[in-house]
Design a protein. Structure first.
Length: 186
């Protein structure tokens, strides 16, 4: 869900041997997002969280992008779903590996495997799969977006509002916090 994302960056090994260079990396890098959404593409129901934060370990240096680093913590606040029901979103399976797939012009693309449990009045569900991510150096922002049909509801007891097997889309933009220098990936 939104937890699903959070998060925060990138996964799938590039067919070519690519080397990524990370500067201003480190441990416990802090990222925050405003509104994040998890939309069930089958029922068109949306779970919206007013804020989200994540912590990532992305060490400086060079590597093949698999992984660039990991998301070690992820949280979501003030989440509401269909019928204005309040939900708690709990990421599961942390840490999430951030894997790069390409980089050009200060923008690095990739995917990240995520999972989360959702709970609200008369509704519990789990989601699992992958999300796409794009990290832009100039804005120090990780934008998380759907990865086709690869993020799905793996279990649900939600009075038919969310069902097992439904595809869900997670969206959010996470901005690195602090005064810089900020993470850069080339």
């Amino acid at each position: 869900m939104a937890a699903v994302g959070a998060i925060s960056l990138i996964s799938a090994t590039s067919a070519l041997a690519t080397t990524y260079t990370i500067t201003n990396g480190g441990t416990a890098l802090s990222f925050k997002a405003g509104t994040t959404t998890l939309k069930d593409t089958t029922s068109n129901n949306t779970l919206t969280c007013t804020s989200s934060s994540s912590t990532a370990d992305i060490p400086s240096g060079s590597n093949n992008g698999a992984p660039l680093g990991t998301v070690t913590a992820l949280s979501f606040s003030s989440c509401t779903g269909p019928l204005n029901i309040s939900f708690t979103v709990t990421p599961t399976g942390l840490p999430y590996k951030l894997d790069a797939t390409s980089s050009s012009g200060g923008v690095t693309d990739g995917t990240m495997a995520v999972s989360a449990s959702l709970s609200g009045t008369f509704c519990t569900a789990t989601v699992s799969g992958t999300v796409d991510g794009t990290y832009t150096n100039s804005t120090h922002t990780l934008a998380v977006s759907p990865d086709g049909n690869l993020l799905t509801v793996t279990s649900a007891s939600c009075l038919g509002v969310i069902n097992k097997g439904d595809v869900v889309d997670f969206n959010g933009s996470y901005v690195e916090q602090g005064s810089g220098p900020f993470l850069s990936i080339t």
